[in-house]
Design a protein around this ligand. Structure first.
Ligand SMILES: [Fe+2]
Length: 139
């Protein structure tokens, strides 16, 4: 059923958000050196943004009579205190999120529920902005 496919994809997005919350919180705590001054608040804002995204996706799953996952995506979170590695890992994560939300938008294009499409589009755009932000930070 179409709904089941949609719920599976929404849960995939939720799993990535739950992982992002963990990863960014880990980096907030672990970042060392002078860059901590600027990157710790940046990573903290990514934690907050991921919590909001997760809330939105979870609500969409419930609205579609699905059961939201409570486990994060199993992709390992790389431990490091090196900010350059953190930014590279952040870029990978944001690119992955943008792909999943892009796929969700395709699935929702013909859906009658424009509210969900709208919410997913907002998240997609914020992931794309984060991709660009991380890309600029790398060099
Ligand atoms: Fe997100």
């Amino acid at each position: 059923m179409g709904n089941e496919k949609l719920i599976t994809k929404l849960n995939e997005a939720l799993g990535w958000e739950l992982r992002a919350i963990n990863m960014y919180a880990h980096y907030v705590a672990n970042i060392r050196g002078i860059h901590r001054l600027q990157l710790s608040p940046l990573f903290k804002s990514e934690v907050d943004e991921s919590i909001i995204h997760a809330d939105t996706v979870r609500n969409a799953i419930v609205k579609n009579d699905g059961v939201a996952v409570t486990k994060r995506n199993p992709e390992p979170i790389l431990h490091t205190t090196d900010y350059t590695i953190m930014i590279k890992e952040s870029l990978k994560t944001e690119m992955q999120a943008a792909v999943v939300y892009g796929e969700l938008m395709d699935m929702l294009e013909n859906d009658d529920d424009k509210e969900i499409y709208d919410a997913v589009e907002q998240i997609y755009l914020s992931e794309v902005r984060s991709v660009e932000e991380m890309r600029l930070l790398i060099n």
